[in-house]
Design a protein around this ligand. Structure first.
Ligand code: GLU
Length: 330
């Protein structure tokens, strides 16, 4: 009896003080390895919405994960509410390609917005003699862990230079481990599709042995750009990694990081996240140097999955729908 009275009075206090303790909604954003850009990106997005925690009753938290493919699958299964994923991976999931070839098109996947550009980054020790992707033949190369975005990009680059996975000694460890393995001379090179600057490539290029970033360009790469509309040319800024072996910017190709969710995630949650990032856009842009070049328009390009209804509600209110591919507005 005493317990019941205590419970009833606790409920009464909550209602009287308008404490939203019963209704708080916890949402999780899947990211990538802690030395990449997805992890701080999840932090930046969650910070924007958590600043208004009392208004929305939402508490967002961030999880370090295996990357894009893991995040898309976890969002679809309901294990995560949001995930950061490469634009090419978002496209493949929508079309039922690559890792989704057996499962088919992932119709419940939804776009929230695009974020920073990511470059396919090929990092090699000088000692390995790798100067172009052709030189990867026979070398020990980390192509990315299963579940990462970069694993398919690595295979695409190999194919652009007339190779397959069988032409290299492929490792499939997480990006976070690659700089250490390179510096310990356990691998010759690694691929990482990532925004710049990031602490992973800093770690790789600032160690005991000399390390360089290898350009990804040429005829085979031009063909890749023609074949896949999600790839675009990119520049890795040399000043982000002043201790790499060769000075200057590095040419490559890349994609975009995007935020995805599932059709099943509630509209009010997706609305709140979208609104807080866009309404506080200037503040958001200060949260990572990779966001410097972002515009509201650029954050609505490069998406393949339909826009989530919660985001769409905000884009309509804010007059941003004009920037969105009409095909995504169903
Ligand atoms: N693009 C990588 C992936 O999809 C992650 C990059 C990052 O964590 O910044 O796995």
């Amino acid at each position: 009896m005493k317990k019941i009275i205590m419970f009833v009075s606790a409920m009464a206090i909550c209602f009287l003080t308008d404490t939203p303790s019963f209704a708080k909604q916890f949402v999780t954003i899947g990211t990538g390895g802690v030395t990449g850009v997805y992890y701080p990106t999840g932090g930046a997005i969650s910070r924007m919405v958590n600043n208004k925690s009392s208004e929305y009753n939402i508490k967002a938290t961030v999880e370090s994960t295996g990357g894009s493919v893991y995040n898309i699958n976890a969002v679809l299964s309901g294990d995560l509410d949001f995930g950061v994923a490469q634009s090419d991976r978002q496209y493949q999931a929508m079309m039922g390609e690559a890792e989704w070839a057996d499962a088919g098109p992932q119709k419940d996947l939804r776009s929230v917005f695009s974020i920073h550009p990511e470059s396919i980054t090929l990092v090699a020790s000088v000692k390995s003699g790798i100067k172009t992707p052709y030189d990867l033949k026979g070398k020990i190369v980390n192509i990315g862990n299963p579940g990462s975005g970069q694993i398919q990009n690595s295979l695409d680059v190999l194919s652009a230079f007339g190779m397959t996975i069988d032409d290299i000694k492929a490792e499939q460890v997480k990006a976070v481990e690659a700089p250490g393995l390179l510096q310990d001379e356990k691998i010759d090179a690694f691929f990482y599709t990532v925004g710049h600057p990031n602490s992973n490539i800093k770690e790789a290029t600032a160690g005991r042995i000399k390390v360089d970033i290898i350009p990804i360009k040429g005829e085979g790469v031009d063909k890749l750009l023609d074949k896949y509309s999600y790839y675009a040319t990119s520049i890795i800024p040399g000043n982000a990694y002043p201790t790499k072996a060769t000075e200057g910017d590095v040419e490559s190709i890349g994609v975009k990081a995007t935020l995805v969710t599932s059709k099943k995630v509630k509209d009010d949650i997706v609305y709140a996240i979208t609104k807080e990032v866009f309404d506080n856009f200037e503040e958001f842009k200060t949260l990572h140097p990779a966001y410097e070049i972002l515009t509201k328009e650029s954050m609505l390009k490069g998406l393949s999955a339909p826009i989530h209804k919660g985001s769409l509600k905000y884009y309509k209110e804010a007059g941003l729908v004009k920037y969105i591919n009409p095909k995504l507005l169903k």
